[in-house]
Design a protein around this ligand. Structure first.
Ligand code: GTP
Ligand code: MG
Length: 207
C-alpha cells in the first residue's frame, strides 16, 4: 500500500467533533503505552505523525488521521493506566464507547497487545467488548523486535490460546523494525478490494 498523504484531521472528545467526511475508519485500541500511536506512524511510514512517549497516557483524545484522502486511522487513549485519576478513566471510557456505538464508518479495529506477554484481563475484556458490538477485530501483537526470532512463534501460540483464536488471526508486528507492517497494509488493501468487488457486482445486477 502506498501512502501518499497523511494529516491529523481532527482531535475529538465527542461525536459532534468527528470528521464530516463519510469515509472508512480503522480504529486502534489497546493498553496505554502498548504502541498504538507508534503503530500508526509505522503504517504511514512517518516518524512523528502521531505523538508517542515512553510514559503511558500520551494520547488524550480521539485523533483522526486522514490517509490518502481515502480513509482514516483513529488513535484513542489507552486503557489500564492505573495512575490516571478515576474521573479521567471514566471520561476516556465514555469517549470510546460513544465512538463504538455511533460510528457508522468504523470498518475494522486493530486491537494492539504486547507480544511479549499473554493478553491481560483488560485485553480480553476489550476483545469481547468489540465482538459484542460486532466489530471486525484484527489482533496486533506488537514490539516483537523485543523477542528473539526463535521464540516469536511460541509467543504467538500462547496469545492465540488465551484469546481462543487461530494462528492466522493474530499478527506479530514491530513498529521499530517494521516486521509485519506489510501484512497489515495487505489487510487494508483487501478491504478496499472487497468494496470494489461489491460495487462491481451491484452495478452488474443493476444493468
Ligand atoms: P498511549 O497514547 O499513552 O496510550 O500509548 P501508545 O499505545 O500510543 O504507545 P506509544 O506509541 O506512545 O509507544 C509507547 C512506547 O513504546 C514508546 O516509547 C515507543 O517508542 C515504544 N514502542 C512502540 N512500539 C514499539 C515497537 O514495536 N518496538 C519497540 N521496541 N518499542 C515500541
Ligand atoms: Mg498514543
Amino acid at each position: 500500500m502506498k501512502i501518499n498523504s497523511v494529516e491529523l484531521d481532527v482531535s475529538a472528545v465527542r461525536r459532534s467533533q468527528y470528521p464530516d467526511e463519510d469515509l472508512p475508519e480503522f480504529l486502534m485500541v489497546g493498553r496505554s503505552n502498548v504502541g498504538k500511536s507508534s503503530f500508526i506512524n509505522a503504517l504511514c511510514n512517518r516518524k512523528n505523525l502521531a505523538y508517542t512517549s515512553s510514559k503511558p497516557g500520551k494520547t488524550l483524545t480521539l485523533n483522526f488521521y486522514y490517509i490518502n484522502k481515502e480513509f482514516y486511522f483513529v488513535d484513542v487513549p489507552g486503557y489500564g493506566y492505573a495512575q490516571r485519576v478515576m474521573t479521567q478513566r471514566m471520561d476516556f471510557g465514555r469517549m470510546i464507547e460513544e465512538y463504538l456505538k455511533s460510528s457508522e464508518n468504523l470498518k475494522k479495529c486493530f486491537l494492539i497487545i504486547d507480544s511479549r506477554h499473554n493478553p491481560t484481563e483488560d485485553d480480553i475484556l476489550m476483545y469481547n467488548y468489540l465482538k459484542h458490538f460486532d466489530i471486525d477485530v484484527v489482533v496486533i501483537a506488537t514490539k516483537v523486535d523485543k523477542i528473539p526470532k526463535t521464540k516469536q512463534h511460541k509467543h504467538l501460540k500462547n496469545i492465540c490460546e488465551v484469546l481462543d483464536l487461530p494462528l492466522s488471526d493474530v499478527m506479530l508486528v514491530s513498529s521499530e523494525t517494521k516486521q509485519g507492517i506489510d501484512k497489515v497494509h495487505q489487510i487494508i488493501e483487501q478491504y478496499f478490494l472487497f468494496l470494489i468487488i461489491i460495487f462491481f457486482f451491484s452495478s452488474y445486477n443493476y444493468l
